[in-house]
Design a protein around this ligand. Structure first.
Ligand code: G6Q
Length: 577
């Protein structure tokens, strides 16, 4: 399918006749194969091959990926792997691990794998081994988090820290947040972690209502230390703190920063000792493994943070070494390409059957959509095929009572990942068995559906009259043939979570290679950062705004009318009391 026609003309010097992935032999074979197999039903594939599960699953330590409930045959898998090979997945993977500047638009290496390089062998960026820096910052994080957790390091008046507030947004928020939320059972008693990101002061205000300044540690997380929302929240938090506590010297005990911009953090008033460094080869949405993970170390302890890194390292090693046919991230990526580019599905759902993983869909939304939501390829040309899907999801079983209807009987195909632990971290009665049963029942139903004869038999068994059957049976039929992956593991531990997050990182990487896009920049985010400045200026005075289109002018002026009238009336009421 061609994407919308271009407004943006690519450079006249570029070769508009260049060959793209859609011209490759592998792609053409997949197109052909799609035509031949699109009417196949998974029900029949399971019937024809009783060992289908055996042929379509991968296990890595305790993590099992069952991908047998996908609309594929062995031939499909082979053709998809051919496509991966022809697109240069193995070469690009080498380049990433070798620290080459694969983030071409920003001319940077992409080396988050070095942050969890637990075997500690040298990893180079521009010929320099980054491991000494990585280890130095990890050591500093360990000393600090141990001291806070043990009570050795306390607030300005000697009180123990009870609350950690991370102030950051996007990559400087979602990663540490998903880990802290998922790993609650491992948190230290009496220590709470909060995440403030939104420019809406409600977020900060409601958080501050829950804490005391004397026992609160603020972590200002911003790679650039210029992000508007983060700076707004950081300045307001500092003001709140100083208003209640007084005395600049207390700041040194209550504010730390994680950044690549040491100068700006110092200007903000954070002492050098309290600044944790990250590097330009760590992308925001890939940064939870760096000092951006400081709230994780504080909340869960450095030992658990290191287990998280260990888990990611296991997945990195698997991704690097396993043959593509047996490679979890590669298989998940290529299945995604199969649905995205051949079945033309527009979105991909993620359903964690674990309340602890409730923030995982939001985290994956950023990881995937910011990385692969691109239209221009690595050579600066507009692509003529679909790139990254819309990622969405909610924890099960809640989703079943909301949007699963569309998955079962809607007109839009939505491939989905179901993620579920075998053992609960918070066992209680029968809860977990019910949860797991629902998860397995959903993937089974989505695959199998309910045929006309099954629907009729069921209605007859229930004693429904023939008239009602005639009227209703069509509504009771489920097409099935809806693809799902199931990711099943023993228990949600830091190590398992580390592996799962790294699994998705590499899946996104492989898809970016197939689509020939740079998964590591985010011009859309940068654009957003530019936009608000002008309008903020317009909102700060009463004069009518005429600078924009009629819609934007009207919205600005409408808000001005209400806002300034509100304050005028308040002043009038006050003066006339
Ligand atoms: C992530 C993006 C973006 C970024 C935030 C925060 O990959 O770059 O989400 O993380 O905009 O940026 P700072 O960390 O610089 O404040």
């Amino acid at each position: 399918m061609a994407v919308n026609s271009a407004d943006v003309k690519t450079s006249p010097n570029k070769n508009t006749m260049k060959k793209t992935i859609t011209d490759s032999a592998a792609w053409k074979q997949l197109e052909q194969h799609f035509k031949q197999t699109q009417s196949q039903h998974m029900r029949d594939l399971f019937e024809a091959n009783p060992d289908r599960y055996k042929d379509f699953h991968i296990q890595l330590d305790d993590i099992l990926l069952d991908y047998s409930k996908n609309r594929i045959t062995e031939e499909t898998r082979q053709l998809l792997i051919n496509l991966a090979k022809e697109s240069g997945v193995e070469e690009w993977r080498e380049k990433m691990f070798a620290g080459e500047h694969i983030n071409v638009t920003e001319d940077r290496a992409v080396l988050h794998v070095a942050l969890r390089n637990r075997c500690n062998k040298p990893m180079l960026v521009d010929g320099v081994d980054v491991m000494p820096d990585v280890n130095r910052v990890l050591d500093k994080m360990e000393i600090f988090s141990d001291s806070v957790r043990s009570g050795l390091l306390r607030g300005y008046n000697g009180e123990r820290f009870k609350s950690i507030i991370n102030i950051g947004i996007g990559g400087s928020d979602l990663g540490p947040q998903v880990v802290c939320e998922s790993m609650k059972p491992f948190a230290q008693r009496g220590l709470n972690a909060y995440f403030v990101s939104n420019a809406d002061s409600t977020h900060l205000q409601e958080t501050l209502k829950q804490v005391e300044p004397e026992s609160t540690l603020f972590v200002i997380s911003s790679k650039s230390f210029t992000t508007q929302e983060t700076m707004l929240n950081a300045v307001s938090a500092k003001k709140w703190f100083l208003d209640l506590v007084g005395g600049d010297k207390a700041i040194a005990k209550h504010f730390v920063a994680v950044t690549n911009n040491i100068e700006a953090a110092t200007d903000f008033g954070i002492t050098a000792d309290n600044i944790y460094e990250i590097w330009d080869w760590v992308g925001g949405r890939y940064s939870l493994w760096s000092a951006i993970g400081l709230p994780i170390a504080l909340y869960l302890g450095m030992d658990h943070f290191e287990e998280l890194l260990d888990g990611a390292h296991v997945m990195d090693h698997h991704f690097k070494e396993a043959p593509l046919e047996e490679n979890m991230p590669v298989i998940m990526a290529m299945l995604g390409v199969w649905y995205n580019n051949f079945h033309q599905s527009q979105s991909h759902a993620v359903m964690p059957y674990s309340q602890y993983l409730r923030r995982l869909p939001a985290y994956l939304q950023q990881l995937d959509m910011e990385s692969n939501g691109k239209t221009i390829d690595r050579e600066g040309e507009r692509v003529e095929y679909l790139t990254g899907p819309i990622i969405w999801g909610e924890p099960g079983t809640n989703g079943q009572h909301a949007f699963f209807q569309l998955l079962h009987q809607g007109t839009k195909p939505v491939p989905a990942d179901f993620i579920v632990p075998c053992i609960s971290q918070s066992p209680m009665g029968n809860h977990h068995r019910v949860l797991v049963a629902n998860c397995f029942a959903q993937t089974r139903a989505l695959m199998h559906g309910k045929t006309t004869s099954e629907a009729l038999d069921q209605m007859r068994d229930e004693g429904v009259s023939d008239d009602v059957i005639d009227e209703l049976f069509a509504h009771k039929v489920f097409d099935g043939n809806k693809p799902t992956n199931t990711i099943l593991f023993e228990k949600l531990t830091p190590k398992t979570l580390g592996s799962i997050l790294a699994l998705y990182e590499h899946k996104v990487f492989v898809q970016g290679v197939i689509w020939n896009i740079n998964s590591f920049d985010q011009m859309g985010v940068e654009y957003g950062k530019e936009l608000a400045g002008d309008i903020q200026g317009e909102l700060s005075h009463r004069d009518e705004t005429k600078n924009y289109d009629s819609s934007t002018n009207a919205l600005i002026n409408y808000r001005k009318d209400i806002y300034y009238n509100h304050f005028d009336r308040r002043d009038y009421d006050k003066d006339n009391k």
